[in-house]
Design a protein around this ligand. Structure first.
Ligand SMILES: Nc1ncnc2c1ncn2[C@@H]1O[C@H](COP(=O)(O)OP(=O)(O)OP(=O)(O)O)[C@@H](O)[C@H]1O
Length: 264
């Protein structure tokens, strides 16, 4: 393995994603090729219905790919056992499925599930990972609160702490800023950026906050009708990728400021 390959956490090769029934195969996107490196913050963007959730579900192995390959830390993702996968990849979904009756500490402790014994006893290592995760996300003072007492922004931080406690090389988040106000959208994405720097983890998130993603991400994956591209925000701007993301009748991308503006 070369030095460069060592730093590649997630890689797709000629990946095609979509839906298959007995009779029909619907391709949502194909020819998806990218490499996500250690310690990077990666934003996945594209118009409504373009296939972001389908791609994320395929990358985390909850949905089958149509063709092509996905390598996680050098191994084909479908060859990795569920337990091993949970030690390498953690997921934060939009709607927390877990009971809000749990305390913040208990919810974050669930992140240790791949490592605990069958009764779920927490070892010193587990306790230290949980406390470190609470500290990294700055929610130590919330640890005894019940999750139903939290605001959406606080709950999102708790879900991120749970993923951090899972101690994986990559964290995947599906639209982590949904339901949040402008300030908290920026807060959560800035927190994700800080976490990549502080922990060396790779963090991939999907979002409609393209302006913020351009400012904060190392790399962006942009899904368009006929192609999916992956590069640094600067390169993508100079290639004019954002100009063709939406119909131009209403909003246009301004490459000077790196943001979208409503057409007058
Ligand atoms: N379970 C499903 N079966 C068949 N087609 C589906 C299914 N889920 C989504 N699709 C279709 O796949 C395409 C991509 O949907 P997807 O939800 O991945 O887009 P998205 O980019 O995440 O959209 P949004 O930004 O609106 O959340 C859409 O055409 C959608 O109708």
């Amino acid at each position: 393995m070369t030095e460069n390959q060592k730093h590649i956490i997630l890689k797709t090769e000629q990946l095609a994603i979509g839906y298959k029934t007995k009779k029909v195969e619907t391709v949502v996107a194909s020819n998806i090729n990218f490499e996500l490196k250690k310690g990077q913050l990666i934003g996945l963007v594209g118009a409504n219905g373009i296939g972001k959730s389908t791609l994320l579900r395929t990358l985390i192995n909850v949905q089958s790919r149509l063709s092509g390959g996905i390598l996680l830390n050098g191994n084909a993702i479908n060859s990795i056992s569920n337990l091993e996968l949970a030690k390498q990849l953690s997921i934060v979904l939009t709607e927390p499925l877990i009971s809000k009756n749990l305390s913040v500490f208990e919810l974050v402790a669930l992140g240790r599930h791949p490592y605990t014994n069958w009764i779920g006893n927490l070892s010193d290592v587990d306790l230290s990972s949980i406390n470190k995760a609470l500290e990294l996300v700055n929610i130590i003072d919330l640890k005894d609160k019940k999750c139903y007492e939290l605001s959406d922004g606080q709950l999102q931080k708790v879900m991120i702490a749970r993923a951090l406690a899972q101690d994986t090389s990559i964290i995947v988040l599906d639209e982590p800023t949904t339901h949040l106000d402008m300030y908290h959208k920026a807060y959560i994405l800035k927190l994700l950026q800080k976490l990549t720097k502080d922990t060396g983890k790779t963090i991939l998130f999907s979002s409609h906050e393209i302006d913020l993603a351009i400012q904060l991400c190392d790399t962006m994956i942009v899904m368009q009708k006929n192609k999916t591209v992956c590069d640094s925000p600067c390169q993508l701007i100079s290639q004019g990728v954002f100009n063709s993301l939406f119909p131009k009748d209403l909003i246009a991308f301004d490459s000077e400021t790196g943001s979208f503006r409503v057409s007058k």
